[in-house]
Design a protein around this ligand. Structure first.
Ligand code: DMJ
Length: 643
């Protein structure tokens, strides 16, 4: 057994008494007085033992102890050339003289040890006097210092790149007073949503407008990442809400920190945070947004460390450990998640001159191109370990939707140079039209879901975005079928409008059927909710831009009024649980996409087309506008830093 007396004395200190949060499990962190007393008693007994052992040991063993690496302390600068002899660490010159020096040294050391012990004891007593809060505050201060240091390291300036032509970022004022009034109403709704979030949920991911406090879900992990702030920035900007924009920018600058032990959804963080930050950067030119986007993207990269390079659905921002959703078929990644990274990642490579992001998404594309597709359809599930499809389920709504959208938008974003993406889009849409799109008995065109060789005649609210996508992809379509796709977009817009119009609240349900006598109506209770989603309004806006048919503004206005009437509460906006009930209950969540998408698309619907023109801007799936990059091809040669 090692006794304290055998320890090297010069370096020895009583063990540090760490009474901070990390020293004890949480429930024991608050020491009661009696526990403190016992601890002090043990400490004093231990110190007394050290002294006792030291003083009662024979001189020779004390010398041995000094041999344990104390030469320098005793006679620091030995000079053996002067005839001395080094005996186990001591220099023996004249015996009597040396003995005297040894005694003096020992005395000096003893005093030093005594002083050290007393100091340690004092420190321990001081620690015990502090409250848990004080100790935690000390720990927090230390942590903050580390974060600040890290920030300094991370904030290296990025290489300058030519900014794409930024056209139409603050115009769009309609001449028609009626339309202007509608646009102002939408702006007022944005202000109501933002102000309440500002007051009750600031820094949290989302707002609970009835409980008037912060809200979050597992897609954002367990940290307060201010999702609503990041998601709302560009909407604030285009609406001219510049004070609010600046408040958001300041919060992001000071508080948005990605070095947190938090497991987030790669897809959601990409579309809302990276997309939101990039759009805010392009609109405002403020470097902080670009820097934050790049920092965050770096944290997502470990998600791609799978045997196939198909990313995990979730990644821990600190450890980089990834995994998939427990509910996904056979440990699969989801098509709409790993297939909705392309736009943001191409921009990241463009802005940084680092091909790593571009290579990751191109690898996904190449892998998908090589795979067999049942009936030409992409299943929603792909196993990232084996590279095989999971369950054969195809959807243009949840789990599949934005994968198709990003194929088309990759082409548009590359100034129509990325023809590979366009081809993949055309092929996919042809298969979807053949196997998934049908007309109901009542003449409504709908997009069903393909499940193991069988068509489910059900359409989700999410699927309604496809009307806008078909219209957006009409120009440049194969065999010049532009008219056909514009018509298809119009039919989907009509069906989705019916799904709103056939409810009591004039708001659309989460999913609706086309079975038997039921058309565009939700059947199951758990499909009757409306959570402030944007997809139907998104389609109205695209259809408006391509046709200028006033019915789309009319439908958009109906939706605006319904949202204001049934979803508005004094603390913000809430989803409703049943759109067929005249006295609906609230879900008490103000989703971040309500500010990012729903209100933005409504505002654009009542603006002139010169606000964010579609020839210059491509909207990511969370409605964050990214400029078209005039690239010679998909190799990003537009960026000199990249060449
Ligand atoms: C948004 O976060 C995005 O539009 C995403 O692509 C799917 N749906 C939600 C809003 O409904």
């Amino acid at each position: 057994m090692t006794t304290p007396a055998l320890l090297p004395l010069s370096g020895w200190r009583p063990p540090p008494l760490n009474l901070g949060a990390s020293a004890f499990p949480h429930h024991r962190a608050t020491l009661r007085l009696s526990e403190k007393f016992i601890l002090l008693l043990i400490l004093s007994a231990f110190i007394t033992l050290c002294f006792g052992a030291f003083f009662f040991l024979p001189d020779s063993s004390k010398h041995k102890r000094f041999d344990l690496g104390l030469e320098d302390v005793l006679i620091p600068h030995v000079d053996t050339s002067k005839g001395g002899k080094n005996l186990g660490g001591f220099l023996i010159h004249g015996q009597g003289h040396d003995e005297h020096r040894h005694r003096e040294e020992e005395e000096r050391l003893r005093n030093k040890i005594r002083a050290d012990h007393e100091k340690a004891l004092e420190e321990a007593k001081e620690k015990l006097k502090k409250s848990r809060d004080e100790i935690q505050a000390e720990i927090q201060t230390e942590k903050n210092k580390v974060v600040q240091e890290l920030k300094k390291k991370d904030s290296k300036p990025l290489p300058p790149v030519p900014l794409p032509n930024l056209i139409g970022i603050n115009s769009g004022e309609p001449a028609d007073p009626d339309i202007r009034e509608k646009r102002n109403k939408v702006k007022e709704m944005m202000k109501h949503a933002w102000d309440n979030y500002r007051q009750y949920g600031w820094g949290h991911n989302e707002l609970k407008p009835i409980a008037r406090k912060g809200h979050s879900t597992n897609i954002f992990g367990n940290s307060q990442m201010g999702a609503t702030i990041v998601d709302a920035l560009d909407t604030l900007y285009i609406m001219g809400l510049h004070d609010e924009f600046r408040e958001g920018q300041e919060w992001i600058d000071k508080n948005l920190d990605f070095s947190v032990n938090s497991e987030v959804s790669v897809f959601e963080v990409n579309i809302r945070f990276i997309g939101g930050l990039l759009a805010a950067y392009y609109l405002s030119g403020q470097e902080v947004f670009k820097i934050k986007a790049v920092q965050l993207a770096g944290k997502l990269l470990p998600a791609f460390n799978t045997p196939t390079g198909i990313p995990w659905a979730m990644v821990n921002l600190k450890s980089g450990v990834g995994r998939n959703w427990g509910w996904a078929s056979a440990g699969s990644s989801i098509l709409a998640e790993f297939g909705t990274l392309h736009m943001e990642f191409v921009h990241l490579s463009y802005l940084t001159g680092d091909p790593v992001y571009y290579n990751k998404v191109m690898h996904i594309r190449k892998l998908l191109q090589k795979m067999d597709r049942p009936n030409g359809l992409y299943p929603n599930y792909l196993n990232p370990r084996t590279g095989r499809w999971g369950q054969h389920h195809t959807s243009v709504g949840g789990l599949g939707d934005s994968f198709y959208e990003y194929l088309l938008k990759a082409w548009l974003m590359s100034d129509k140079m990325d023809t590979e993406a366009r081809k993949m889009y055309d092929d996919a849409i042809e298969a979807i039209e053949k196997h998934l799109i049908r007309k109901s008995n009542g003449g409504l065109t709908f997009i069903g879901e393909w499940k193991n060789g069988h068509l489910e005649r059900k359409m989700g609210h999410l699927t309604c975005f496809a009307g806008g996508m078909f219209a957006l992809g009409a120009d440049g379509s194969r065999d010049d079928k532009a008219g056909h796709y514009l018509q298809l977009g119009a039919e989907i817009a009509h069906t989705c409008h019916e799904s709103y119009d056939r409810t009591t609240l004039k708001l659309g349900p989460e999913a609706f059927k086309f079975d038997g006598g039921v058309e565009a109506v939700a059947v199951r209770q758990n499909e009757k909710y409306y959570i402030l989603r944007p997809e139907v309004i998104e389609t109205y806006w695209y259809m408006w831009r391509f046709t200028h048919d006033p019915k789309y503004r009319q439908w958009g206005w109906e939706a605006t009024q319904a949202i204001d009437k049934y979803c508005r509460v004094s603390g913000g906006f809430s989803g409703v649980k049943d759109v067929y009930s005249s006295s609906p209950t609230y879900d008490d969540v103000q989703q971040s996409f309500f500010l990012a998408e729903t209100l933005k698309y409504l505002y654009l619907l009542f603006s002139n087309d010169d606000l964010l023109p579609l020839d210059n801007w491509v909207f990511n799936t969370e409605a964050h506008p990214l400029p078209v990059l005039h690239l010679a091809n998909t190799t990003l040669s537009g960026n000199p830093a990249y060449r």
